[in-house]
Design a protein around this ligand. Structure first.
Ligand SMILES: NC(=O)c1ccc[n+]([C@@H]2O[C@H](COP(=O)([O-])OP(=O)(O)OC[C@H]3O[C@@H](n4cnc5c(N)ncnc54)[C@H](OP(=O)(O)O)[C@@H]3O)[C@@H](O)[C@H]2O)c1
Length: 235
């Protein structure tokens, strides 16, 4: 188990990224918090360093993961942070931008492979197999994915394929359950691999706080699987 890591989170200000940062910070890890419009310096947790990075700029992503940050916009000078031991990729665009998602995923995988950094991608539930028909992806199953969000689900599947086809990256793709929303941190969840999980209450769901627990658990104690999912577990 890795007790003290430097974890980069790309998508730091998002619903998922912000909870991953809270969980990592609470466990004493250092965090490099990356997004285009970063939150201000967080005096409550000096271990969290916000850095402005656009995922469309591979050089900026590389610098940030290597632990260098520009001291001012467009500045040549850089300040040093610890290099990342792991990166959590959790970006999203509205509306979905399939090309951006796949390109960003490849960029992060390429850089991480060169730097020897583990990658955890927060992907989509659509990339999972259906519980009642393992040959049918959730993305193609109208019981879970109505037509109006099929493009979002398809982008998640393409993102998973980008991870699976990258020869050198040390990558795990985490598919949330069907419903992921802010809630309560219970610390309880059930873990699976490539098939959608349903909780004891019949729903496929987890709070974003408990998803963040699962993310940091996976980084601290990596499992053997490259595609994992989690679901809420009752006490
Ligand atoms: N049930 C499900 O399958 C399910 C449900 C919810 C979410 N998810 C997945 O979880 C992941 C995160 O979703 P979320 O809800 O946390 O998204 P979100 O709240 O919309 O946050 C998106 C994050 O991406 C960052 N971002 C967007 N474009 C960027 C760029 N060019 N460069 C750098 N950062 C950029 C945003 O920051 P800036 O705008 O400041 O750059 C923000 O921090 C996504 O992969 C999403 O598909 C899955």
């Amino acid at each position: 188990m890795k007790t003290s890591m430097t974890i980069a989170v790309l998508g730091a200000t998002g619903m998922v990224g912000s909870r991953v940062i809270d969980e990592a910070g609470a466990r004493g890890h250092r965090v490099i918090a990356l997004s285009r419009k970063p939150a201000g310096e967080n005096p409550a947790n000096p271990n969290v360093t916000p850095v402005a990075v656009d995922a469309n700029d591979p050089d900026a992503v590389r610098e940030a993961l290597a632990g260098r940050r520009r001291t001012a916009p467009c500045a040549a000078d850089t300040a040093s942070l610890a290099a990342a031991d792991a990166v959590v990729l959790t970006v999203r665009t509205m509306p979905v931008d399939h090309k951006f998602l796949v390109a960003t995923t490849r960029t992060v995988l390429d850089i991480a492979a060169r730097l020897g950094i583990r990658v955890l991608v927060i992907g989509g539930a659509g990339a999972l197999r259906s519980p009642d028909d393992r040959d049918l992806l959730v993305a193609d199953n109208p019981a879970y994915v109505p037509a109006d969000i099929r493009a979002v689900a398809a982008a998640g599947v393409a993102q998973l394929r980008a991870c699976q086809s990258h020869a050198d990256a040390d990558c795990v793709y985490l598919s949330p359950p069907a419903l992921l929303e802010p809630g309560v941190r219970t610390g309880r969840y059930r873990r699976g691999t490539d098939t959608l999980l349903v909780s004891a209450d019949g729903r496929s769901w987890i709070s974003t706080e408990d998803l963040a627990v699962a993310v940091i658990d996976e980084l601290e104690t990596p499992g053997p699987d490259h595609h994992i999912t989690v679901v809420h577990q009752r006490a």
